[in-house]
Design a protein around this ligand. Structure first.
Ligand SMILES: [Zn+2]
Ligand SMILES: [Zn+2]
Length: 342
């Protein structure tokens, strides 16, 4: 089969490798669509903080496809079923798992991070990792189950209630997913802070109450009259995280979702910004036990994911996602040999 093989940092090649055989409860998945994530780019560059991986590795942890073959102990699926994959598998036995904090499992394995993933024609996954997707849901949408699950966990922690006013800082693919999930959570007004004009335009098309350009406008001043119940930061930079705290209203929740560089320090006014506003500042780590809810949302047709996909590449050209600067500027890159939904 064809696969994008990472042989060393910045050494990614499309080459022929053997099709893996499903063992035990594994399924062989014919991958149809696999999203490119910031984590993949970090791994590609060999960045600190990205998973320490053994080479060669097939990356890709955001994927969907069809069941092509079953391992001898697999019993939940049939050949031909459409599935999306939750790449993070917890052990269920360690202290973190037994506390219910499965995302902090001490023996976590990750498809596409610690073992071969979805930038290939085929991939094997435990059937525990697979979720059945209705045939009507396009593969490229189903491939977004994993990042949507991460976002949904963040939304769960952001305390949004019907009627709330929410700010989203950063409108890349993640900000765009957060936007839709905030709307679905009942937010009455969603404001987007984003320096890139086409992304602000997209936010307006999606129904943003207001957009703001932090490079040309004084954001705090422009948003002064709004009381934010929740601020979701989707960038991961010191200045944008501090801005999130600054614009949050009293009793608000600040959800720091953007992946930040290890060692990043924030300067916050403990009295004025936290005590006087009674803020809740929180983080969100991966996507524990929310995949089925995302599958149900995908099945309901209530997410508009076509807008989020910026670039579609066949597997044979997948390397371009990593080597062409700015390709993902407006949203998500999806790799695979699938029919586009639009
Ligand atoms: Zn990801
Ligand atoms: Zn565990």
């Amino acid at each position: 089969m064809k696969a994008l093989v990472l042989e060393a940092p910045e050494q990614l090649r499309c080459k022929e490798i053997p099709i893996p055989a499903p063992k035990g409860d594994e399924l062989l998945i014919r991958v149809r669509a696999c999203g490119v994530c910031g984590t993949d780019l970090h791994m590609y560059h060999g960045d600190k903080g990205a998973f320490a991986n053994a080479f060669p590795l097939v990356m890709g942890h955001e994927f969907s496809g069809e069941v092509a073959a079953l391992g001898p102990d697999a019993s939940k699926f049939q050949v031909g079923d459409h599935v999306a994959v939750d790449p993070n598998l917890y052990c269920g036995k360690c202290p973190a798992c037994l506390r219910g904090d499965v995302h902090f499992c001490e023996h976590m394995t990750g498809i596409g991070t610690t073992r071969d993933g979805g930038f290939a024609e085929y991939c094997v996954v435990s059937e525990r990792a697979a979720y059945r997707i209705p045939d009507e849901v396009p593969f490229e949408y189903a491939a977004m189950m994993e990042p949507l699950s991460c976002c949904l966990h963040g939304i769960d922690r952001s305390g949004i209630h019907p009627g709330d006013t929410v700010a989203i800082i950063g409108f890349g693919a993640i900000g765009q997913m957060m936007f839709q999930l905030a709307q679905l959570s009942g937010a009455a007004r969603v404001v987007v802070v984003e320096p890139v004009a086409p992304k602000r335009k997209k936010a307006e098309e999606m129904g943003a109450f207001l957009t703001c350009d932090p490079q040309r406008e004084d954001v705090s001043e422009k948003l002064q009259a709004l009381h934010f119940h929740s601020v979701i930061e989707c960038v991961g930079r010191k200045d944008t995280m501090e801005l999130a705290v600054q614009i949050a209203g009293s009793c608000a929740t600040v959800m720091l979702f953007g992946l930040t560089a290890p060692g990043t320090k924030l300067e916050l006014l403990a009295y004025e910004s936290i005590f006087q506003k009674e803020l809740t500042i929180t983080g969100s780590f991966i996507n524990p036990l929310v995949s089925q809810r995302v599958v149900d949302l995908l099945s309901s047709g209530r997410l508009d994911l076509g807008k989020i996909i910026a670039v579609r590449l066949p597997l044979a050209e997948g390397v371009r996602a990593f080597t062409e600067k700015g390709l993902s500027a407006d949203g998500k890159i999806v790799i695979g040999d699938f029919p586009a939904a639009h």
